[in-house]
Design a binder for this molecule. Structure first.
Ligand SMILES: O=C(O)CCC(=O)N[C@@H](CCC(=O)O)C(=O)O
Ligand code: ZN
Length: 343
């Protein structure tokens, strides 16, 4: 059992599609560790606070900075270096994709949540794992102590391309529910001053937690995809420090909310690739948040021309290689922070 806790990430990678046995360990400080599966670690302090926090990484296995951050926090919890004030579920979502240093093995796991893993007749291990992960999230949130609970989920990613706004988060479609100032302040403390506001439901992990469990949930883009050991961890220090504060402190305090410090962008278009014959009308190395103007050609999909519909329409996550039917380009337009329904 020592191997599991001496390096949880390595043990997880050695059991890339799961492990049938559960492991338990109680630390000298009374914190209980429970390994439900490979890459699935529940941390519960003796006197848990009222937050139930999911921190996930490696939904895409080549996005190594979040994996390194989570691994360091986990090992510091195990060594007693990192205090724990609340229940935390750490998820290393797709170990097999880590082992091949790729975004995914067969299918993008971040398009398989909210039941998408079981739609159609396609079957693969990423679909099985996504379904298992959904079950772990439910088990974690539902097994919390009784009483009023505050649920969070930060799904940590890095982006394939450069980004004119280095760190940004994707807020799941709220379907009319308000946005929370405190979450904007938490993300700002992580170095994330830019929020994309999805305007429709998706099959991403963060939307699953937001929509299914009412968690304050985000996809958090912390920087750029790099190989293990090539991340400049100083670039991620604010995020790591703030995540450690979230885990270790009963309550977080932030400077007064200043809307001018936050940059909000509403989804303008989601362009899905519908044909094999699909191309983007800009170079592969064009950075996220590059702005186009109304009438600019963005993509050609099976001969259909797709244009920017607004001046100042920024491109996000351009990827002409996605599977048919999946998102090849998200575009967003700046909206004033004060225009949001904020609580
Ligand atoms: O850089 C890219 O093209 C993708 C980076 C990444 O994995 N982003 C997430 C965003 C998920 C969301 O929209 O909430 C993804 O594409 O899965
Ligand atoms: Zn990702």
């Amino acid at each position: 059992m020592d191997q599991v806790f001496s390096n949880f990430l390595n043990w997880t990678r050695e059991h890339e599609w799961g492990y049938p046995e559960q492991f338990n360990k109680t630390l000298d400080n009374g914190t209980r560790l429970t390994v439900w599966d490979s890459g699935v670690l529940v941390v519960e302090p003796e006197q848990p606070g009222d937050k139930d926090i999911i921190i996930s990484c490696a939904v895409h296995g080549n996005e190594t900075a979040p994996i390194e951050i989570c691994s360091d926090i986990i090992q510091d919890i195990i060594s007693g270096e990192q205090t724990v004030a609340h229940r935390v579920l750490f998820l290393i979502a797709n170990p097999a994709s880590i082992n091949i240093e790729q975004r995914f093995v067969e299918e993008n796991m971040n398009r398989l949540f909210s039941g998408a893993h079981s739609q159609g007749d396609k079957q693969n291990k990423e679909r099985e794992r996504a379904k298992e992960i959904e079950g772990y999230c439910e088990r974690f949130y539902e097994s919390a102590p009784k009483g009023e609970r505050r649920r969070y989920h930060y799904d940590l990613h890095t982006a394939i391309r450069d980004s004119q706004r280095e760190k940004f988060a994707v807020h799941p479609f709220t379907d009319g529910k308000p946005y929370h100032r405190e979450q904007l302040q938490f993300l700002l403390a992580c170095g994330v001053d830019t929020i994309l506001l999805n305007q429709q439901s998706t099959t991403t992990f963060s939307y699953f937690s937001y929509n299914t469990f009412g968690a304050q949930a985000f996809t958090v883009e912390l920087g750029k995809v790099k190989k293990f050991g090539e991340n400049n961890r100083a670039d991620f220090q604010a995020a790591e420090d703030t995540l450690r504060r979230l885990v270790g402190e009963s309550e977080l305090s932030f400077p007064p909310f200043d809307p001018e410090q936050h940059f909000m962008f509403a989804e303008a278009q989601t362009i899905n690739r519908q044909h094999e014959d699909f191309e983007l009308n800009f170079a592969d190395d064009v950075a996220n948040f590059t702005a186009f103007d109304k009438g600019d050609l963005l993509a050609i999909d099976g001969g259909e021309h797709r244009y920017a519909q607004h001046d100042g329409e920024h491109i996000i996550f351009p990827n002409a290689q996605v599977a048919l039917g999946q998102r090849a380009l998200l575009t967003v337009i700046r909206v004033p922070t004060n225009s949001l329904d904020l609580v």
